[in-house]
Design a protein around this ligand. Sequence first.
Ligand SMILES: Cc1cc2nc3c(=O)[nH]c(=O)nc-3n(C[C@H](O)[C@H](O)[C@H](O)COP(=O)(O)OP(=O)(O)OC[C@H]3O[C@@H](n4cnc5c(N)ncnc54)[C@H](O)[C@@H]3O)c2cc1C
Length: 441
Amino acid sequence: MTLPRHLAFGTCPASASNNAKAELSTHERVLNFAGYARMKLKRIIVVGANVAGFKATETLRQKGFDGEILLVGAEPHLPYDRPPLSKQILSGELAPAAPAYRDLPWFVDNRIELLLGMQATDLDADARRLTIGNDDIRFDGLVIATGARAREFPMGRPLAGVHTLRTLDDALKLKDELKPGASVVVIGAGFIGAEVASSALSMGAKVTILEAASAPLTRVLGVRLGRTFGEIHAQNGVKLICSAQVNGLRGTERVKSVMLGDGTEIPADVVVVGIGAVPNIEWLANSGLEVSNGLVCDATLNTRHASIYGAGDVARWPNAWSGTTMRSEQWTIAADQGRHAAINLLAGRNGATPFTTIPYFWSDQYGMRIQSMGRTDSEVVMLTGSPDARPFIGVYRDKHRLVGVVTVNAPKAFAILRNKMSENASFEDAVRSVERFTVSA
Ligand SMILES: Cc1cc2nc3c(=O)[nH]c(=O)nc-3n(C[C@H](O)[C@H](O)[C@H](O)COP(=O)(O)OP(=O)(O)OC[C@H]3O[C@@H](n4cnc5c(N)ncnc54)[C@H](O)[C@@H]3O)c2cc1C
């Protein structure tokens, strides 16, 4: 649903206000600004209206925050689920509309003011002032959840028929061009590239994938599994060209072909560029916050400016589980961080707790549900045959510990191993726990 540019919130229903009072009266809560100032939280702004931003607003109300909440989003849609874009929306299984998390009455009932189709352009962190268009708005607390955007292919002037995929509008434009018999070239064999290829194939297109590395996904799943997933493209009728160096696109108004470094020219009616994402941080350049491949946060997701937190694909934070500083591009982490940032903002600096997580990701392609968690970049130990004989269970070890899991069409085994990972189980114990799925496989 496309909304008017500015939606004022309605009146809070009696039950919501009572709940808010019963849980904790955040209106009365104070933040301790590093001991220098004490300030009531009256207005919280969340910038970025997708999963991290939405979860932050929802959590603020669930935890009893009774003051003003503004949710600012550059897209003109209610917060919606992004993962179906490359899957059910492209393949036509879902209606070509935003799969919204909540409808408009929910935002009205929860007194969440929506500023959609509007972009935050500047921030003064010290003054706690956000600029949206010509307006400056003051806040007591801020959650930055501006996510990431698709990386563009550097090609000079834009050509019709060349797409990236990040938003609903991108998906609808691309879907219009996925006609039976169309030659679709996907640049990049990551998860999104593979999902696009699978959906385009189901729409009757002829698909070629170009991958710069010697096999797809080796950085994410290791060489052995990367190669196997590469073979799955071919088994499904998609041509995968690895070690491909894309030199440019040919065409006058509309793309006609993709040029490779070795002189090969691949005809293309449609090109989809799937070469990763870049965090939306440019608008923070003069904010006083630290940005470097993301918004730099501490372990509690705080930006080190007491009243400002980061969440989702834009946030870079030290994850105690992996012992590394990371910026994730995974739905579950974005949702969990949205919740966590809201809770920490309400708790104040002294009450804020670290955000620690075992990375989790899923992907749907060629009828496979791939699930992955933890560290999966070393060599896999296959507990069943290779992923083309499904169900598949692969595990990763670091000495005696289980550190990663990849399964294909094996949700029960995945759930068991997920618990084992959370318990920090030994590798042997984890393998034993899924024996009933592996002995007959
Ligand atoms: C096609 C696709 C398929 C995916 N499939 C999967 C999957 O199967 N499994 C999985 O785990 N993950 C998947 N992901 C990743 C997942 O969707 C993201 O991790 C998640 O959407 C991140 O949420 P976010 O709220 O942090 O950021 P985003 O979803 O990027 O949302 C940020 C929002 O902020 C807005 N914004 C940016 N700058 C401003 C500004 N200055 N002012 C106002 N608004 C601004 C943006 O327009 C955007 O709407 C997929 C992603 C895509 C694109």
